[in-house]
Design a protein around this ligand. Sequence first.
Ligand code: GLU
Length: 440
Amino acid sequence: MVEKKEPIGTQEQIERRPTAAAGDGRVRPNPFEIAQKQLDLAAEILELEPAIHALLREPLRELHVTLPVRMDDGKVKVFKGFRVQYNDARGPTKGGIRFHPEETIDTVRALAAWMTWKCAVVDIPLGGAKGGVICNPKTMSKGELERLSRAYIRQVGRILGIEKDVPAPDVYTDPQIMAWMADEFSFLQGYNEFGVITGKPLALGGSQGRNDATARGGIYCVREAGKVLGLNLNGATAAIQGYGNAGTYAHQLGRDLLGLKTVAVSDSKGGILNWDGLNYEAVMEHKKATGSVVGFPGAQFITNEALLELPVTVLFPAALENVITAENAPRIQAKILAELANGPTTPEADDILYKKGVYVIPDFLCNAGGVTVSYFEMVQNAYDYYWDLETVHERLDKKMTAAFHAVHAMAQKYKVHNRLAAYLVAVNRVAEAVRLRGWA
Ligand code: GLU
């Protein structure tokens, strides 16, 4: 009997740029088309040379890999993976690796482009890259995840290196996965080269403060937004969509650093709402015990969609792309939209939010704290000399605050929304490097 072939991803996931389709028939905007559209707007204002514009619209390099992995039942399962090195004009490329069932090559391309602008906007000497594997980590054992992580490095390791491309965690990847990957890469090299990856555990050359860095950087931005808007954030309400690394730390640090009162949080199973506030420690404990925030005692159920439309002061989208679109943007009531996720807002929604007066802290500025501390980790690995937590926080604050005000000033100068302003700052820096290197 011939066994049915297991799909390793739909055709659209692996190679196409669908405008609005996916295998399951649901309509989704293509994130890479969005990333290119955002760049086009900036290129026009900057009057970018056509050759530089054309170069910045496409990734420099990408590697598509096929990964055979022995599963716990003894059978081999085949996965598809990608690594996209978008642009290295300013330095080695940098960016996380996502494990997700809905990963597509175009998501990875878009995320790699956004990493390029992210590193430029906080002015760290790195380019942009991203990796992804189409898989569902929630249904995989620890052993299966380890074998998949090692298989990925065995294929992609040939284009990685501390001077070439340095990965990190992203959606559904964590310090343990980084440790396996650093270990596999070290075996391939024949010596320990832990600096090839960041977001590692402390015992293997990780940096103090990397774990909460994405949320912390975003909270510093919200603090600065409060200042420029004249808003008192102490006791102000917040809602968080997504309860992974960025979302959970935003809950904790929003309270500890700014006095924010988080009234709603959600994960992939749904959300919870309590206008008196949700206790961070208690929600974390509930999620740990049950696998979801849903069912938290004393809170009412709320959908992910409804959470986005709550009348709160600060809204943190901290999950995936394309959650704020032309359809729901008119109903967003938050004063500050702090984008901890990558790509949560479509260009049409940007225009609507700008006209409504919602103050958007765009993704590649708001969530740049993660890569900034990754850069600190690279520096510490290079010198093999490690900083204390206070030093990391101080330097991160300085970087984020400077980047926030550069973007805010650009938005005022050109009378454009903050995302376009962030593009103007970042693209200008990358274009200058391209020009100086004589590429175009
Ligand atoms: N994956 C994170 C991001 O999207 C961190 C990347 C890094 O640290 O290199 O920014």
